[in-house]
Design a protein around this ligand. Structure first.
Ligand code: NAP
Length: 247
């Protein structure tokens, strides 16, 4: 059981909620950060009902002062974060020529710059403690591309590049940095893209060797391993969790 304090962004829904629950079940006090403060609070309350320790905070990961304030509050109330899971994300679909600069910037801001802010806000504490684990949730589209998702795929590919650089810069401090690019995982985000007619889930499932859509718990299990003590020799890696669609 780990008692290291974890911060999970976008922890109020889908994959982030499952990661928050799993890390709490494994013993970590978990700070659930989400743009949707009610969702963050409700995930944290439900973790506490199950006997875990958690704190829910409304935080927009694109707002650096809000991220810094949240890290201070987490340190004061739960302890200094040793584990960071950058999971908050947004997606958008549309032909490249129709993408506005505002829409492009928003995708980069949340998915990539949000990861930058949260890493910069937590790394100094990890360095002082000589131990840290960062897991960045990217997307299986970094392997395959995805027509109609230029800003999203560019941002998530940036997350992979950032992961590799941070792994090189901080491994000497006992900090590992890895990325999990999920395949199709049954969450509100996926259901929205299915409803818009952008993803044909039956066709995608047929193309998935394990023959099913992923569950948030599949990503939570891989995250739990990467943040564990025994994963200390694994850094700078891309751990695909996609039912075998991308190898
Ligand atoms: P989700 O159910 O929509 O959850 C994402 C959470 O992030 C939501 O609670 C959302 O809050 C929050 N969020 C959005 N912008 C934020 C911001 N600026 N600051 C803080 N929180 C913010 O989506 P999900 O499917 O679980 O996705 C989790 C991660 O996995 C994302 O990074 C996504 O790109 C990635 N991913 C998902 C899939 C999939 O198939 N589901 C596949 C590949 C990658 P609001 O609801 O208030 O917006």
């Amino acid at each position: 059981m780990s008692t290291r304090v974890a911060v999970v962004t976008g922890g109020g829904s889908g994959i982030g909620e499952a990661i928050s629950r799993r890390l709490a079940a494994d013993g970590s006090p978990v700070a659930v950060l989400d743009l949707d403060g009610d969702a963050a609070t409700s995930t944290a309350a439900s973790i506490e009902e199950d006997g875990g320790k958690a704190l829910g905070l409304a935080v927009d990961v694109t707002d650096r002062s809000a991220v810094d304030a949240a890290v201070s509050e987490v340190s004061a109330r739960l302890g200094r974060p040793a584990i960071l899971v950058n999971n908050a994300g947004v997606s958008a679909v549309g032909s490249f020529l129709d993408v506005t600069l505002d829409a492009w910037n928003r995708l980069l801001e949340v998915n990539l710059t949000g990861t930058f802010h949260c890493c910069q806000a937590t790394l100094p504490g990890m360095i002082e403690d000589g131990w840290g684990r960062i897991v960045n949730i990217s997307s299986s589209s970094i392997h395959s591309g995805s027509a109609g998702m230029s800003g999203y795929v560019a941002a998530k590919s940036g997350v992979v590049g950032l992961t590799k650089v941070l792994a090189l810069e901080f491994s000497k401090h006992g900090i590992t940095v890895n990325t999990i690019p999920p395949g199709f995982i049954d969450t509100p985000m996926l259901r929205q893209t299915v409803e818009k007619g952008f993803v044909d889930l039956a066709a995608q499932t047929a193309r998935t060797p394990v023959g099913r859509v992923g569950r948030p718990e599949d990503i939570a299990a891989a995250t739990a391993f990467l943040v564990s003590e025994e994963a200390g020799y694994i850094t700078g890696q891309i751990l695909g969790v996609n039912g075998g669609r991308n190898t």
